[in-house]
Design a protein around this ligand. Sequence first.
Ligand SMILES: [Fe+2]
Length: 192
Amino acid sequence: MKNKKSNSTTTSQKGKQSKEKSTKSSMQSSQLMKLFEDELKDIYWAEKALTKAIPKMIKNATSQKLIDALTSHLEETKNQVTRLEQVFESIDKKASAKKCDAMEGLIKEAEDIMESCEEGAMCDAGIISAGQKVEHYEIASYGTLRQFAKTLSLGKAAKLLKATLKEEKAADEKLSKVATTAINVDASQVKA
Ligand SMILES: [Fe+2]
């Protein structure tokens, strides 16, 4: 009898604990979901800003290889905006943007570089430097967003974010290659 009572208390305690655990985990996932949505809005703003900033970089670039790399990434960026809209759709949210201070700063830095340098290899090296900082911000953002989506069991969103993450990494590598093969050597020969 004593044992029976003690067993039933244990079962009820276990039930209470598991209820508390599930409430805690659903609270955590709703907080993570909010963070996921906020970060999505941030990168959506950033990508849209880039569709306006990259054409300016193309206009200021001299090396054909750099112009080609930026032109193809501009097309990818437009596609990434659409892909983000699909991510919003996959979580039943309307796509909306929230100003990304970091991207605004990185774009401003790129504009300052283009204003202060003369056309040619030096300017190209500056554009690549600014472009790679942008890519690294995006790689960090998409890497985090993809992980959040996986944790939240948002399979479709995770897949879409992975596709963009792959493109950002490839764009960064392409810029590194253009810098080392076509530009930095020329830039190093320009007198300061
Ligand atoms: Fe992008």
